[in-house]
Design a protein. Structure first.
Length: 267
């Protein structure tokens, strides 16, 4: 169902060239009750200034709101805490200004419990009939539980366990393929089927989950990087920001309760 939804949105984005955003929203309005029934996906449309024009109920609730109306006309920078929101909006601007298509971007966010959660984010530019970018459409999918019915599930669990035990050092694809007993192409395909992630994303996920725990304390960020398998602080910061939208220092501030009246989500 998830794959079909993503394919439908991608095909629709490629084929749709509305005269204006107003006409587009008018056509999509009747579909909103259907989008509201999808509990594990935040779906949204934004204008050329990265302001929300449409969002389903899942996104509304994750913004801490009861209805859609207060969200409309605002950017992520205006909705989320000051050290988080600007990073989400900066991502939107790349889509709107450069025509960037964001696909299967693994991102870390926090639930109300302050525990880390994961999603895969997709964003596509929306073009007018004249060929101008007039907005974007996006969807952030909660990372699904592993599929236990796949024939290679047991071998892939061994791969996952190896990653979780050795993420503090460099992990090669040769090591992972030897454990699974498959080729690199098969490992990539099977991991996507079972864990909904590539092997490289699985490594990033394990490292970032550990970083989340270490950032609760007072360990120097340079030391956090080394404990999580990064060779230097700058590499850690780049990867951390790519997956969360903000720096390790900003993330630590959020964990320590600064400006935490709302739970951030990667939008």
């Amino acid at each position: 169902m998830t794959g079909e939804l993503l394919d439908s949105i991608a095909n629709w984005q490629q084929q749709t060239r509305p005269a204006s955003l107003d006409s587009l929203l008018g056509a999509l309005g009747p579909l909103l009750p259907v989008l509201n029934l999808i509990p594990n996906a935040a779906i949204f449309i934004k204008d050329a200034q990265a302001r929300y024009l449409l969002a389903n109920q899942t996104l509304v609730e994750r913004c801490g709101l009861k209805s859609l109306q207060p969200l409309l006309g605002k950017t992520s920078a205006e909705v989320f805490p000051s050290q988080l929101g600007p990073g989400y909006t900066a991502q939107d601007i790349k889509v709107l200004k450069d025509g960037l298509v964001l696909e299967s971007q693994l991102e870390l966010h926090l639930f109300n419990s302050r525990e880390p959660g994961w999603c895969l984010t997709y964003k596509w530019p929306l073009y007018s009939a004249a060929g101008d970018i007039i907005g974007l459409i996006g969807i952030s999918l909660d990372l699904q539980a592993a599929s236990k019915t796949h024939p290679a599930y047991t071998r892939l669990v061994a791969v996952d366990e190896f990653i979780r035990s050795h993420f503090s050092r460099s992990i090669s694809m040769d090591e992972l393929t030897a454990i699974a007993g498959v080729s690199p192409a098969q490992l990539e395909r099977y991991c996507k089927k079972v864990f909904h992630l590539t092997p490289r994303q699985m490594i990033h996920k394990a490292r970032l989950e550990h970083a989340h725990r270490l950032l609760h304390g007072d360990m120097a960020i340079t030391d956090v990087a080394l404990h999580c398998g990064y060779t230097d602080h700058s590499a850690f910061s780049r990867q951390f920001k790519a997956l969360t939208g903000f720096t390790p220092r900003q993330y630590r501030q959020q964990l320590h309760g600064q400006d935490s009246s709302r739970s951030p989500a990667p939008l």
